[in-house]
Design a protein around this ligand. Structure first.
Ligand code: TTP
Ligand code: MG
Length: 520
């Protein structure tokens, strides 16, 4: 097992961690059980290709016809006159062969004769029944739930088939809902918060225990856990890309971060049609970029070319997918030592080589991203020390804990997005400490109300008691609209010649120099 160690022992914060290895990037022996997928990864590409080809006649054909029985797929392919024949022809033929249920099921990607039989056996004679199932049991939930159901209760063997069926049904239902003026489905008003924080701070637990188990949030929140299972089980060969990354970070950092992004996009899409007013997602593409990509780049696990490639698609893709941009962040904050202890207790097998120094580097990146006073310069604030900056009518519980993200180091699409910082330094037994659980829940609910109100009426900020002043980080504004600082100075520039120097300095400060800092 490889160990992630700091570039230099003295580098508590600034210096990026590196992997040690005898041959280059610093490997130390990993412990723990051998991971079959890792061995598979180390097959030479040529052997891998050959071993796959060996499977491909049956498996690929099975996949093409969307069935769990690969050989049957092969038979169809031959009988259908070769692989080039359109899939629909094969399906139309096999529909006759199957002679059961409504053949329309065969139009669903992932359904071939075998899966058709399984569906019909379970009482799903047509698309309508599957849609009903989705509405009754899985609407607003993560796709994984229906995928699990199709696999465990219907007997669909291949996960990708179950996923294709789920996606098809979900999209059909979504289509139907478009234009339906259900009072519950109010897409525009639905908010999304992303829950951030260092590795093993407790994001998943927070989501599951606080959001699902408290009266304050139960009906308000739908949770979207991080798609880590997708990283640990990729494709029919069950590759574990998280493990591959930790085993050979220099080789796999880009590939892994790329896949992390793609799975987030998939998950955003899957969870986009929920009906609860607040979607709480574990992490975001922004922590990927602001924390992890920065870390792996600094550690030289991602080279200049790779980070340029990453950046060349990141901005355009994020801009074209507004669902990825949250309405708020919730930063679960704990010291690196605490996260390290929790990581040791949790013992996720892939993370055996993650050191305290690596967590310190990640902590620092979270801090400089999500805490305003940490935007410039290194240093770790004590966890209890949150800069005091707000006044106004924020509820007392969260008054000193809400910040607006801002600064050159911030990605443009999350400028001025608010963040709630929650202290998670102390271990809480969620089974016993019900009051602590409820207090977190209340804070989230209050933050939700605050962001919702602000969205509904942005001018509320400037009116009387609702005025919110973030002395350290908010820009001056007029009429409730945020105005770039240089515009505020314009009259002075025109009428008083004494300010040009100040103005030009401010102007330089306000220029969009984000790219360089953002990339650093
Ligand atoms: P986290 O996203 O921090 O999730 P977690 O489940 O470990 O945290 P919590 O206990 O708070 O729920 O990290 C998951 C693993 O993936 C961890 O080993 C770090 C790694 N990772 C990266 O290397 N790069 C990334 O971009 C992300 C998001 C995670
Ligand atoms: Mg988690």
């Amino acid at each position: 097992m490889h160990r992630l160690v700091p570039r230099a022992a003295a580098s508590f914060l600034g210096a990026p961690p590196l992997l040690t290895t005898q041959a280059g990037p610093l490997l130390a022996a990993r412990t723990g059980p051998p991971n079959p997928s890792r061995h598979r990864l180390r097959l030479s590409p040529w052997r891998l290709l050959r071993s796959r080809r060996g499977l491909s006649c049956s498996a690929d054909a099975g996949k093409r016809c969307g069935d769990d029985d690969a050989e049957e797929g092969d038979e169809q392919r031959v009988a259908g006159g070769g692989g080039s024949r359109p899939v629909v022809d094969r399906r139309q033929r096999s529909r006759g062969d199957a002679a059961m249920g409504s053949g329309e099921l065969l139009a669903i990607p992932g359904v071939g004769p075998r899966n058709l039989r399984k569906l019909v056996d379970k009482g799903f004679d047509g698309v309508a029944q599957l849609k009903q199932l989705y509405r009754d049991k899985f609407f607003g939930k993560s796709n994984e739930k229906m995928v699990e159901f199709l696999q465990s209760s219907v007997g669909i063997i291949h996960k990708n088939h179950a996923e294709s069926i789920t996606l098809f049904i979900k999209e059909s239902v979504d289509e139907e809902l478009k234009g339906t003026d259900s009072p519950n489905v109010s897409k525009n008003k639905r908010l999304t918060f992303c829950v951030e924080g260092n590795i093993s701070v407790g994001k998943t637990t927070f989501l599951q225990r606080i959001a699902n188990e408290t009266i304050e949030l139960r009906d308000l929140v739908e949770i979207v856990p991080e798609p880590i299972a997708k990283w640990q089980d990729v494709g029919p060969d069950h590759f574990n890309i998280l493990d591959a990354f930790y085993a050979e970070p220099q080789r796999y950092a880009y590939t892994f971060q790329n896949y992390v992004f793609v799975t987030r996009v998939m998950q955003e899409k899957e969870s986009s049609s929920g009906i609860k007013p607040l979607r709480l997602m574990e992490r975001s593409v922004f922590s990927d970029r602001m924390v992890f990509v920065r870390a792996v780049h600094e550690a030289n696990w991602m080279n200049e070319m790779e980070i340029s490639i990453y950046d060349s698609w990141f901005d355009p893709v994020v801009s074209s997918l507004p669902g990825l941009i949250p309405d708020g962040f919730i930063y679960l904050r704990a010291s690196p030592d605490t996260c390290h202890k929790r990581m040791m207790v949790r013992k996720r097998s892939e993370e055996g080589g993650v050191t305290l120094d690596y967590l310190r580097g990640l902590h620092e990146k979270h801090e400089s991203w999500l805490l305003p006073s940490k935007g410039q310069g290194p240093g770790v604030l004590s966890v209890s020390q949150v800069p005091v900056h707000m006044e106004g009518s924020l509820p007392p519980d969260i008054r000193d804990r809400v910040f607006y993200l801002e600064g050159d180091h911030m990605h443009s699409s999350i400028q001025k997005v608010p963040a709630l910082v929650l202290d998670c330094e102390h271990d809480i037994d969620f089974n016993k400490d019900i009051e602590a659980k409820r207090q977190y829940a209340r804070q989230v609910a209050e933050f939700f109300e605050f962001v919702k109100k602000k969205k509904e009426d942005p001018s509320a900020e400037s009116s009387g008691g609702d005025k919110i002043t973030n002395k350290q980080i908010m820009l001056p504004h007029r009429g409730g609209l945020w105005v770039p600082e240089v515009m505020m100075l314009l009259p002075f520039l025109v009428y008083f010649m004494i300010l040009p120097l100040v103005a030009s300095l401010e102007c330089r400060g306000g220029e969009d120099s984000s790219r360089d800092v953002w990339r650093s």
